[in-house]
Each structure stands twice: as C-alpha cells, then as structure tokens.
Ligand binder design. Structure first.
Ligand SMILES: [Zn+2]
Length: 158
C-alpha cells in the first residue's frame, strides 16, 4: 500500500538524522535551465541524466541508478522503520531507506507485519537502522551494526 501517493512521492515517517549528523550526498540534482532538471552521480562520476521536467523526476532517475549500480556497496544513510496501526485494522511496519540529503529517500520498504522481515530488508541496505517497534511505537530503537545517537538497542519483545 502506498497511500495513493505512488513511488515518486515518498513521505518520511520520522526525521532520521540529528543536526550535524547528515552525511553529504554525492547524488546531485539541480535545475540546469527552467523546467530542465539534471542529475549527476558523484560516486561513479560518469552517470548523468538531463531533460527531466521536474525535480522529482530527476531524483527518481538518479535513485534508480544508485540502486542498480551502487547500493550494495555503499550502505549509506539510515533505514527508518515504524509500526503503523489504525483502529480496527491490522498493524504493519512501514519504512524507507534515507540517504541523507533533503530529498534522498532512496527506496520505500514493502509494508510487512513482521519485524524480522522488516529488519532483514533494512540490514541488507544500511548499517544504521532505527525502529519504532509494535510493542513501543512511541520510541525509536537502534537495530543496525552502527548505533544511532540517543537510541537504545532494539531488544526482543518482552
Ligand atoms: Zn553512479
């Protein structure tokens, strides 16, 4: 479920970075001329796209490039996972992989009711993972190999 927004309009469920912690992005998107958005990859320094009518389109293009060419090695950013539960409905985990700059939601996690499935998705992508678990959805816990500032490690449900 994507709340009708579609993959090009991902919403963050939480601010993943503290002040001063944001890594610089090596994926660059800019308006070359009015209505002509370009994107350049600073990781391989060979990839570029031009003639995108919107900024969002340019980000979609460079995210697709990043996922296919760099994601397995880079492990950058943070995966954020949160429990969502509405009255009378089954709960599930939603999440996304955030690469760092203001528009850098790299990939949206498929919704799942399983914390194990969610963590497997997260750990295959990044070393920094923060989770608001079903048994304590108001608080964030660290679940990756690199600790998150101010967050206790995620432990199994009591
Ligand atoms: Zn590249």
């Amino acid at each position: 479920m994507r709340n009708g927004a579609g993959a090009g309009n991902l919403a963050r469920v939480a601010e993943p970075f503290d002040a001063g912690e944001k890594p610089p992005s090596r994926l660059h998107v800019f308006e070359h001329r009015p209505g002509d958005w370009w994107a350049e990859c600073g990781i391989c320094e060979t990839w570029r796209t031009a003639s995108n009518p919107t900024q969002r389109r340019a980000w979609n293009e460079i995210h697709a490039h990043f996922r296919s060419d760099h994601a397995a090695r880079e492990r950058l950013g943070v995966v954020c996972i949160a429990w969502s539960e509405l009255d009378g409905a089954e709960g599930y985990y939603l999440g996304y992989w955030d690469g760092g700059s203001d528009l850098m939601v790299i990939e949206e996690m498929p919704n799942t009711p399983s914390i194990d499935v969610a963590l497997e998705w997260a750990r295959s992508r990044a070393d920094r993972i923060q989770v608001r678990p079903s048994w304590d959805p108001a608080h964030s816990y660290s679940a990756g190999s690199t600790p998150r500032p101010g967050m206790p490690p995620l432990t199994a449900r009591q």
